[in-house]
Each structure stands twice: as C-alpha cells, then as structure tokens.
Design a protein around this ligand. Structure first.
Ligand code: HEM
Length: 79
C-alpha cells in the first residue's frame, strides 16, 4: 500500500476487502464507511502506514484523498 496513486487503499479503508475469501482469508469490514471517517482521518491513517515500520512512501494529501473518495462514490452510484 505504498502506491503513489493509492485509490485502491482508500477503497479498502472505506469499503473493506473480500478479495481472498476463496483462499481462506477473512473478510475485512467497511471500517471507514462504518465509522464515517472524514477525509482528514483517512489521510492520517494512510500516512501513518506509509511512513511507519520502515515504510518510506510519499505522503498523500487530503486533496488527493478527497478525489479518490469522489471516484469511489461515483463508482458506487453507477452499480
Ligand atoms: C484503518 C484500519 C485498517 C486499515 C488501514 C486496513 C488495511 C487493509 C488492507 C490494505 C488490506 C488488503 C491487504 C492485501 O493487500 O491483501 C486489508 C485486508 C484485510 N483486513 Fe484490514 N485494515 C484496517 C482495519 C481492519 C479491521 C478493523 C479488520 C477486522 C475487524 C480488518 C481485517 C482485514 C482482513 C480480514 C483482510 C483480508 C486479508 C486478506 O484477504 O488477505 N482490517 N486491510
């Protein structure tokens, strides 16, 4: 999750993740949506992960995260 354009990371935080259930992995709940996380909170979580435990990815900005949140919503409404 050190991608410079981490749309997928924002999506996992907001909506959870169930891509590997068939391999026996658990389902991650929609932590961000359930907790109604703000763009600022999502940004803080992402930057914590991107700069901790030896990770050294460029920080994301709140503006970037807002843009991804918009894209995810746009996708959700076209379903
Ligand atoms: C803000 C907090 C969290 C963040 C940033 C986060 C992040 C992630 C990410 C990035 C993945 C995908 C990993 C991959 O590349 O396969 C993932 C998967 C997962 N997460 Fe979370 N997560 C959070 C909270 C939680 C919580 C609270 C739970 C459980 C109650 C949880 C359970 C899981 C599970 C079961 C998977 C699936 C593992 C797999 O299929 O490989 N996560 N999480």
């Amino acid at each position: 999750m050190l991608d410079p354009e981490p749309l997928q990371y924002v999506n996992i935080i907001m909506n959870g993740y169930d891509g590997r259930v068939r391999e026996g992995y658990g389902v991650m709940p929609a932590v961000g949506a359930n907790a109604n996380l703000s763009p600022e909170e999502v940004t803080a979580i992402m930057n914590h992960e991107r700069t901790s435990w030896g990770n050294n990815a460029p920080k994301v900005t709140v503006e970037q995260v807002r843009k991804y949140l918009e894209e995810i919503k746009a996708k959700a409404t076209t379903k």
